[in-house]
Design a protein around this ligand. Structure first.
Ligand code: NAI
Length: 324
């Protein structure tokens, strides 16, 4: 029998965790023939709630689910992990400065990175969902010197999927008709959804919409969608975030010709080496590759640079705080 893949989920008792765990256990993360064990990491006060979720997972009798562990210690939760979904994070509270937010998250993602370094399986793949996702991923990666840097990624797939859906609605086409969508930069309001390489029926998307729609409607709608969901739902996006996490890992493991993911920069497209920034990527043989050779016009350059500048500022701030 095939050895189960161990998937560790942090923040397992949270909203995204609740939307995510059942889909992993049903085979949507890795494939319908891959058995999994789940490892749930929570803070001590939420372990009981995680136990409740585990009871429900049991009650689904998922054929692929071979075991569930619950821990409040990252050294235990990441032991032997093949996939780590880092969802739990410190949310920004009213009046919190960026430095405070980065510091609180450094206290989470530093130790988790070290625990991954010391205990995870050799093929560990990490996706950071918890915000600020790119910089949290950088902090974890910097605490895991023995793990190849490319195994640490952050999620911009939700932004990618939002961009697909907005464009599909605008043009009245199914999302499946849209190819080569790209999100650049930080998973934040500065992110840049790029339609200059996106194709519908072989034609460039940017040429099929008004420039004013692209600039004044599309880009801000995608970038601010998270806030719009909070406003409407009274809670932040959870099922769509879980869905994007599933898409990201599924494509990483099984391959794709083109999507968006925040991965460690090799200096491509002028993004400083080492930053974890969103790029157009393909996945082959279980590895992300940045799609090369795209021409970047002045409109895009300005927006990519602004988002990358924000990532550099976040990196400099966590350096100054001694978090990396
Ligand atoms: P939530 O507040 O419902 O759940 C977070 C859970 O994390 C809580 O159960 C909490 O106890 C747990 N947690 C906190 N610190 C932890 C630690 N050190 N170890 C283990 N668990 C810990 O939040 P929700 O809605 O599930 O969102 C989680 C994160 O995902 C937030 O940071 C949110 O901003 C982010 N997010 C990211 C998106 C993206 O596109 N990258 C999209 C949507 C949300």
């Amino acid at each position: 029998a095939q050895t189960p893949v161990k998937v560790t989920v942090t923040g397992a008792a949270g909203q995204i965790g609740y939307a995510l765990l059942f889909r992993i256990a049903s085979g949507q993360l890795l494939g319908a023939d891959v058995p999994v064990t789940l490892s749930l990491l929570e803070v001590p006060q939420a372990v009981k709630a995680a136990e409740g979720t585990a009871m429900e997972l049991d009650d689904c009798a998922f054929p692929l689910l071979r075991g569930i562990e619950i821990a409040d210690d990252p050294n235990v939760a990441f032991d032997g992990a093949n996939v780590a979904l880092l969802v739990g994070a410190m949310p920004r509270k009213a009046g919190m400065e960026r430095g405070d937010l980065l510091e609180a998250n450094g206290g989470i993602f530093g130790p988790q990175g070290k625990a991954i370094n010391d205990h995870a399986a050799d093929d560990i793949r990490v996706l950071v969902v918890g915000n600020p996702a790119n910089t949290n991923a950088l902090i974890a990666q910097q605490h895991a010197p023995d793990v190849p840097a490319e195994r640490f990624t952050a999620m911009t797939r939700l932004d990618h999927n939002r961009a697909l859906s907005q464009l599909a609605a605008k043009l009245g086409v199914p999302v499946t008709e849209i190819k080569k969508m790209t999100i650049w930069g930080n998973h934040s309001a500065t992110q840049y959804p790029d339609l200059f390489h996106t194709e519908i029926g072989g034609k460039i998307a940017a040429e099929q919409v008004d420039e004013s729609w692209l600039r004044d409607t599309f880009i801000p709608t995608v970038a601010k969608r998270g806030a719009a969901i909070i406003d409407a739902r009274g809670a932040s996006s959870a099922a769509s975030a879980a869905n994007a996490a599933i898409d990201h890992v599924h494509d990483w493991v099984n391959g794709t010709e083109w999507t968006s993911a925040a991965i460690v920069s090799d200096g491509s497209y002028g993004v400083p080496e080492g930053l974890i920034s969103s790029f157009p990527v393909a996945s082959r043989g279980g590895r992300w590759e940045i799609i090369q050779g795209l021409e970047i016009d002045a409109f895009s350059r300005e927006r990519i640079d602004a988002s990358v500048r924000e990532l550099e500022e976040e990196r400099d701030a966590v350096r100054k705080l001694g978090l990396i």
